[in-house]
Design a protein around this ligand. Structure first.
Ligand code: GUN
Length: 289
């Protein structure tokens, strides 16, 4: 069993990105610049945006975080986005989700210039991704593909079961792995909360991607010998730690890992790769201008 070490892989990719930024600067180019909008003070969102900001600094990107009050109106938020769309010094823009209930998330996503949409959430980018055209691919699926590439995990002809149909992970992952591409060429089964006999599907899977957000959901008896298991879950659960919580994956690691050919841990698996993809998309956005 091989652990797909997202942390180590992400660290080496960060060094590659940092070297590329240096080259750009030496040849008179401009530092890639990521702007992040954070609305309100949700603890997890603040942590994620903090990680994104420090990752930018580590690779030599400029980064701006725009912190807005929880009570901001939808129109005022859309105006902030428009300002950044029109600010040529900013290459990539993300609006951290979830947003407060009074704001229409889809409307916000659609207000971001697709050329700056480094989260890959805009329908223009999602549509291009589904067609296999060049686009910004959302960070978590892109990070998973990168991890599969770096470890040489074969996907062609494999049966991949995806658990969870979110717009951010499940749907793009299903589309990407079914594309005629490498990684890709999978036969994909998409499972979700209404799927009957889920275990029958997972027991047939060569590759399982667990992205439902239920800690410890995938148990040892749901996985066949030699499977590749990718754990996208990162739920904060109460724990006797300094912070009062720990991050729990969707996979019951101790039961599942011994059966796997490859598995991602939580933390240190998909999470660090997600941030890398955001950096790569921001670099790409800055070079496309
Ligand atoms: N909330 C959870 N994941 C993400 C992400 O990848 N991007 C943004 N903008 N918000 C998120």
């Amino acid at each position: 069993m091989v652990i797909l070490d997202g942390k180590a892989t992400a660290d080496s990719i960060k060094a590659e990105i940092a070297a590329e930024v240096e080259k750009i600067i030496e040849s008179g180019g401009k530092r890639p610049h990521l702007a992040a909008i954070l609305v309100g003070s949700d603890g997890a969102s603040m942590t994620y945006v903090g990680h994104k900001e420090s990752a930018c600094k580590r690779v030599g990107f400029d980064s701006t975080v725009i912190r807005l009050d929880e009570t901001i109106s939808q129109n005022d938020l859309l105006e902030e986005i428009e300002k950044i769309n029109n600010n040529s010094s900013v290459d990539g823009l993300i609006v951290q989700l979830p947003l407060p209930k009074h704001i229409d998330e889809q409307k916000v996503i659609e207000s971001i210039d697709p050329k700056k949409d480094v989260d890959g959430f805009h329908p223009v980018n999602v549509g291009k991704m589904v067609l296999g055209l060049p686009s910004f691919i959302s960070a978590t699926p892109a990070g998973i593909l990168e991890l599969l590439i770096r470890y040489g995990v074969e996907t062609s002809g494999k049966h991949c079961v995806i658990i969870g149909r979110s717009n951010i992970v499940g749907k793009p992952m299903a589309n990407l792995l079914s594309l005629k591409a490498n990684p890709g060429d999978c036969t994909v089964t998409m499972c979700h909360s209404r799927t009957k006999n889920l275990k029958e599907h997972t027991l047939n899977a060569d590759i399982i991607i667990a992205a439902l957000g239920v800690p410890g959901f995938l148990k040892g008896d749901m996985v066949k010998e030699g499977a590749v298991v990718i754990d996208v879950g990162i739920t904060r659960v109460e724990a006797d730690t300094k912070t009062g919580f720990r991050l729990a994956g969707d996979v019951l690691f101790d039961e599942v890992a011994p059966k796997c050919s490859y598995i991602t841990p939580v933390p240190g698996g998909v999470g660090p790769m997600t941030i890398i993809s955001l950096l790569k998309n921001t670099l790409k956005a800055s070079l496309l201008k």
